[in-house]
Write a protein that binds this ligand. Sequence first.
Ligand code: THG
Length: 508
Amino acid sequence: MCIRDSYNRRLAELSAQAVQGKALRAGDMSPTGAFLAPLGDVSFEELVDIYTEQAAGLERAGVDLFVIETMMTLSDARAAVLAVRSVSDKPIFVTFTCDENGRSVSGTDITAALVVLQGMGIDAFGLNCSAGPEQMLLQLKRLQEYARVPLIAKPNAGMPIIENGETVYRCTGEEFTALVPEFLAAGVAVFGGCCGTTPLHIFELAKIVNNYTPRPLPQRRHVTCLSGLEQLRIVPEANFVNVGERTNVAGSAKFARLIREKNYEEALSVARAQVEAGANIVDVCMDDGLIDGPEAMRDFLNLMGSEPEISAVPVMIDSSKWEVLETGLRVVQGKSVVNSISLKEGEQEFLHRARLIRRYGAAAVVMLFDERGQADTYARKIEVARRAYDLLTADGFPAEEIVFDPNVLAVATGIEAHDGYARDFIEAVRWIKANLPGAKVSGGVSNLSFAFRGNNAVREAMHAVFLYHAIRAGMDMGIVNPQLLKIYGDIEPELLRRVEDVILCRLS
Ligand code: THG
């Protein structure tokens, strides 16, 4: 029996004797002291194993709930939640510590952390430690806007003061509880103390809190929400979301060369350029015969995670191999979107993967593909979209976390059967938005113009015309090169007319 396991069990047993059934017992979990790669030498999988050992001991000792506290990075919190969920169905509370700007130590905005973790199914979220009750209240008010779970406040007894080389806390019990009514108004339903608090503080707290009942949970609109260090909320009235395509070894010869040569420094500059040019999400794909996919995905996402300007935005983890997607899900910061899953290998595999994605708290691109192949006509697209939507939502997958991709296929290839591809995509977008509530629609826009490789003027005009019509039909996001986006109104009229004939299939 290992030490962590028996230690936690013994503590839980002692607490059972002490409370005699008169109180709930929380199994407490906090940072391990080890840093995740690349800052330290612990891998995400090892961290999950460490937390699992602890959670298993606490579960065997019969704790009533799990309290994961003083979280400083989102990765730690995700690892701890995954660990608890692998051994127990008991409630999970998570609290972060943050600075006065609401950032965790690793830079994640706490509202982004809330969104990720509530997507993973935790039961309450909040803050502990941090910079005293006043600043904590400000941050809880920000959290309140997004919380679908009760909020937790466990402040220190005021700001720490150093006196004769020792840290002391000066807040009296009364001062400590002065803001409780405001905390309650901000939706806080769980109170406690942290550094410097004594039984007296908790006694004062209990006196006040016992006069209140928790407020009912707010009914929030279900919004598609992704995050890097910051949140990206895709509300219906939001602008079109650009997904940067260049960090794709299959879509960029330059990026492929940089990854093969392990020149990660310059590869990162490709990602940075995408964000600077306006990418709201970065698509990362390492599918190439000469590249070790899982390793490259892990290393590149880790490096992106240590660059705040890049990791501000969410990642779209792009691969045709499930192993690579799951590797990405483990290491990625924030709430990402997996690109992609489909019904290609049948319902069982589809739902299995969707459940795993949920467990990691990510959203999913669903390609309109089934056992019969790619949906290339309007009728096939809506048939597969309906089926995938019904299967996912019946299984508990939130509709707003489904991003359909109705397959942007190349037009004007010289093959007549391809002529209606863009029109059918646009009509499928319209149908999905009208019939599958909450779902979002995306597509790989540059695929459209593969027949015009080498003629960038035509390609850019095609993309602009396609986007103009697809966005009006309801397309929410697209994988594009944000550095080369042209505006519909700027296209020379003759070119515009001809390109529009092609896109809308107006010639046949
Ligand atoms: N749907 C989803 N994911 C996708 C696609 C999709 N991922 C990949 C792809 N399609 C979208 N990404 C790209 C990236 C680059 C290009 C096209 C699509 C592209 N590249 C140039 C070319 O091949 O001519 C540039 C080549 C170079 O610079 O070397 O066009 O549809 N869900």
